[in-house]
Design a protein around this ligand. Structure first.
Ligand code: DGL
Length: 258
C-alpha cells in the first residue's frame, strides 16, 4: 500500500522542476506530487527563520497528502531546514540538494570554480565549510545570483534583461575566466544557455539534480519504498500562487517551455 504512494518534491517555486525531470527519468513508474511555493518565492533573500517556517509548512502539506519520501528540490531550503526536518520526521526519507562543489573542484584542480546560488545558500555554514575544504584544491568563487530566480519564476528564460544581468556577474571575474560553474540553485538550469554564454566555452557546468535523483532512488531501495509497478505513474503539480504558475511549471516539466 505504502509502496504505491507518491513521492513529494518541493521547491520555493518553479526551479525544482529541473530536479523532478531528472527523478522522473530514472524512476518513471512512480507517482509524484510537486509543490512549488511561488506565492512566497524567492526564499533565497529571506531570513533563515522565514525559510525554515515556509519549508516546514510545505513539508507538512506534503506529509498530509501521504507521501512516502520527500525531496527538498531547493538548495536554499535544504541548507536551512533539512537537518531539522530529518530530526522531526525520522521515519520519512528526506533528500536534499546541495551545490555540486565537490565534483567541480575535483575535476578542475588548480582551476577557478564559480558557485552560483542564492545569498542564503552562500552564507550558510554548510556552504562555507565546503568552500573551506575545496579551496585547498581549487579557487572557489561564490556568486550570488538572486535575480535569475525572478526571471525563471515569470517564465522569461530568454529575456534580454536576464542576459545582461548574468553577463554583468561574470564580467566581475577580473578577466580570468571560470573553468567550472556550479548551478547551486534549482532555478538556474533553466537559464543554462545564458549562463554558458556568459561564462565562456571553456567553462563546464555542474548541476546537482541528477545526483539528487540517484540519492532518492538509493534511499527508496534501502527503505523498500519502490512502487510495485501495478499502478499508473502520475505527476501532480501544485503551486501556491495558483493555476497560472502551476501551468508554467507543467510546461517546464514537459519541455514545452525551454
Ligand atoms: N530554487 C531555490 C534554490 O535551489 C531558490 C530560489 C529562491 O530564491 O526562492 O536555492
Amino acid at each position: 500500500m505504502m509502496n504505491n504512494g507518491p513521492v513529494g518534491v518541493f521547491d520555493s517555486g518553479l526551479g525544482g522542476i529541473s530536479v523532478l525531470r531528472e527523478i522522473k527519468k530514472i524512476m518513471p513508474d512512480e507517482k509524484y506530487i510537486f509543490y512549488g511555493d511561488s506565492l512566497n518565492a524567492p526564499y533565497g533573500t529571506r531570513t533563515d527563520e522565514d525559510v525554515f517556517g515556509l519549508t516546514h509548512c510545505v513539508f507538512e502539506k506534503l506529509m498530509n497528502k501521504g507521501v512516502k519520501a520527500v525531496v527538498i528540490a531547493c538548495n536554499t531550503a535544504t541548507s536551512v531546514a533539512v537537518r531539522r526536518l530529518r530530526a522531526e520526521y525520522p521515519d520519512v526519507p528526506v533528500i536534499g540538494i546541495e551545490p555540486a562543489i565537490k565534483p567541480a573542484a575535483e575535476q578542475n584542480r588548480g582551476g577557478r570554480v564559480v558557485v552560483m546560488a542564492t545569498p542564503v545558500t552562500l552564507r550558510r555554514p554548510k556552504f562555507v565549510n565546503k568552500m573551506n575544504i575545496y579551496s585547498e584544491i581549487a579557487e572557489i568563487i561564490p556568486m550570488p545570483a538572486p535575480e535569475i530566480v525572478e526571471y525563471v519564476e515569470s517564465g522569461r528564460l530568454h529575456d534580454e534583461g536576464l542576459e545582461i544581468y548574468v553577463k554583468g556577474l561574470f564580467s566581475r571575474l577580473d578577466g580570468r575566466p571560470a573553468d567550472a560553474v556550479v548551478l547551486g540553485c534549482t532555478h538556474f538550469p533553466f537559464a543554462s544557455d545564458i549562463i554558458r554564454k556568459a561564462a565562456g566555452p571553456q567553462a563546464k557546468l555542474y548541476d546537482g539534480s541528477a545526483g539528487t535523483a540517484r540519492e532518492l532512488r538509493r534511499r527508496m531501495i534501502e527503505n523498500d519504498l519502490l512502487c510495485d509497478g501495478t499502478e499508473e505513474s502520475t505527476v501532480e503539480i501544485i503551486n501556491s500562487a495558483g493555476e497560472e504558475q502551476a501551468e508554467l511549471s507543467r510546461k517546464l516539466f514537459t519541455g514545452a517551455l525551454s
